[in-house]
Design a protein. Sequence first.
Length: 378
Amino acid sequence: MINRKLIVKNIVKVLIFILLSSSLCGCFNYRDVNRVAFVTAILFDVDKDKNIIIYLEAFKPFRSASSASEKGQRLLFKGIGKTIFEASRNINLKSSFIINYTQNRALIFTKNAAEFGIDKYIDLLERDQEFLVRPYLYIYTGEPEELMNLKIEAEEYIGIFLNDLIQNVGVSSRAVNITLAEYLLKRTLPSKTTVLTTIDIDHEGLSKVIQINGGAIIKDDKLVEIMSRDQGQAYNFLNNTVKRGTLEITNPDEPDNYITLEILKSKTKSKIEFEGERIKLKKDIKIKVSIGEVQGELKVDSEKLSKIKENSEYNIAKYSKMVFEGFKNKNIDIFEVKQELSRKYPKIEIPDNYMYLTDIDINVEVFVEGSNSILNSL
């Protein structure tokens, strides 16, 4: 006997499959792809009349259907307008290609744009679905057209180069990095202060190249201070963002030479207390290191390892406190003091001069890997 219900059920499944298949669309051939320019980096600037300037670096793909070969062309665009939206639409008036932002790898602000205010640019980046929140943010301290026209030997596209660079320097304790998603969160925290990666062009090498050179402190969406690379290391230790990196201390046997310690692991715990008139901030930093390099000669024994441990602990604590006090005196909270206070004491009214009222206590413990077994001379 024919099961009519089963037949009807199967017919319905087939019809649904056909309907769903017909709703799927794509490029009929390579002509659609060849009409699109994919943005790989965006540089934001502002002129003296407060008009917003955007520079786009784009990849124009070309794929041959006959040979199945892939080619590409680097394109540069510049647009000016009262807003980013207007500037980007003005670029469309000069491009025969569809500008697509879904493959962007870098969001770069000039120093002038950052001082003018990142809030002037951030709405469209958050609102438009084509702009991803994964790209890293950078503050560029040089001339915008020099950056966009820079020829990098290692990589043709600046956006891809910067993305690879920030991934590579992730092993450095001095590097500062933050994505758009992280910035959108941190700009809403009580201190409204965060640090972005600073880049410039190194003119002293065999060829010009982009380098990471410290951090840019953003408060209320405006650039207020540039932080050096060495300050970046203290900032990372105090904020528990050190994963790997190096420390340099003097050689106990030869004070004119240095020992490089490789950071294998780092953990910072914070504790804050509001004691009426003063705020006590305590940072416990635990670091695991190994000896990476020794200049000159060093007889490695328990006494010397103890000295290496003592010196590295002293250096980290001293310099970290010096950096904290420096920004404290400028009333710049890059160490999330206000956030820690708000979390622990949600009902108190935090004084406007809370940074001046904060005393920091830094305890550092360094463990030198192999200290119980490596006793020979190097």
